[in-house]
Design a protein around this ligand. Structure first.
Ligand SMILES: Nc1nc2c(ncn2[C@@H]2O[C@H](COP(=O)(O)OP(=O)(O)O)[C@@H](O)[C@H]2O)c(=O)[nH]1
Ligand SMILES: [Mg+2]
Length: 330
């Protein structure tokens, strides 16, 4: 049975009330165990009511034009009658605080749209935590009838991998003149990309952008594609001048249709559902470990012993894990 409190949240979301939606997401992001319990109850009830949204992850270094791009793409999509939710997974902006405000002002036009819902980064929380709540948040938005979900993430290693593993399509925004940075961390990001778009292809930058496009095409050539049914294309666009935005969206839709036709999209979603379960399971186990009375009692001592070198880490871990098998009142 659904508690009365949970029911009012569920009803609000299903009635597509954006205030209820925002409140539900705040609950989902809460770190308080009692709030989390309520959030899980609500999410579970909302899951069957999700619409089949197209989920797109967008990444790129700060300044590449993600927010500008999302606003241009968002205006285009809303104009076509879609309902769009934008979620930001950006631990750096959560820390600095200021950039959230800047982002908000940049998406001014989109935020004024009735069919757009913009949710800035949650403050605090670990990277893994933020990303795991993003799944729940997407589900809640889908239950509120948002048929396109965009997840924005900043180019800092872990968060992209996490976001790429929870969307249908992963778009990497790049800048021209970054050809010499193709190695290292960038290569890792390219491997996740379903498409690359060279942004700021306007004015004096146009020729450079075209050159960069060829360079990235070459670079992609040497990577094994994510899917056997899809070769990631490299496109150019200007988020500011709203050029090339339509072509990028049509690429997303082509990818969607192709993967859907061969059953790959369904397989991907199932894989993601399993990954979601494992994330929750690992979180739950960790929490139980830290809540366990015997562990709580013994942990500080064991930590001290390992730090002093009096106890081997291997033995310490074993001993602590063994405590879980004991009755909590021993
Ligand atoms: N010339 C040009 N400038 C752009 C374009 N897209 C974004 N910008 C500018 O680049 C700066 C950073 O954009 P922003 O969207 O905040 O980047 P983010 O940090 O990736 O979200 C802003 O001053 C934008 O006006 C573009 O397509 N062309
Ligand atoms: Mg931004």
């Amino acid at each position: 049975m659904l508690s009365a409190e949970a029911e009012s949240y569920v009803r609000g979301v299903l009635e597509r009330n954006n205030r209820s939606l925002a409140k539900t997401i705040t609950l989902v992001e809460s770190v308080l165990p009692s709030r989390q319990k309520l959030a899980r109850e609500i999410v579970e009830h909302l899951l069957p009511h999700r619409c089949k949204a197209v989920r797109v992850g967008i990444t790129g270094v700060p300044g590449v034009g993600k927010s500008t791009f999302i606003e241009s793409l968002g205006m285009y999509l809303v104009g076509k009658g879609h309902r769009l939710a934008v979620l930001a997974v950006d631990p750096s902006s959560a820390r600095s605080g200021g950039s959230i405000l800047a982002d908000k002002t940049r998406m001014e036009r989109l935020s004024a749209e009735e069919n757009a819902f913009i949710r800035p980064s949650p403050s605090g929380g670990t990277l893994g935590g933020v990303a795991s709540r993003t799944r729940e948040t997407m589900a809640v938005c889908e239950a509120a009838g948002y048929d396109i979900i965009i997840v924005e993430t900043v180019g800092v290693g872990q968060s992209e991998t996490a976001v790429a593993s929870m969307v249908d399509f992963f778009l990497v925004l790049m800048l021209a003149g970054a050809g010499d940075e193709l190695q290292g961390i960038k290569k890792g990001i390219l491997e996740l990309a379903d498409a690359i778009a060279i942004n700021k292809a306007d004015g004096d930058n146009l020729e450079k952008a075209r050159r960069a496009r060829r360079e990235y095409e070459n670079a992609l050539h040497y990577l094994s594609p994510v899917s056997p049914n899809w070769t990631p294309p490299v496109l150019t666009c200007s988020a500011l001048k709203m050029l090339g935005i339509e072509a990028i969206w049509s690429t997303v839709m082509t990818h969607h249709r192709k993967l859907e036709a061969v059953g790959e999209l369904e397989a991907k979603r199932r894989q993601q559902a399993l990954a979601w379960m494992w994330t929750l399971l690992e979180e739950g186990l960790k929490e139980r470990f830290h809540q366990h009375p015997a562990v709580k009692r013994r942990l500080p001592e064991v930590i001290g012993a390992v730090q002093r070198g009096d106890c081997a880490p291997t033995r310490a871990a074993n001993e602590l894990l063994f405590l879980l098998d004991k009755d909590s009142d021993i």
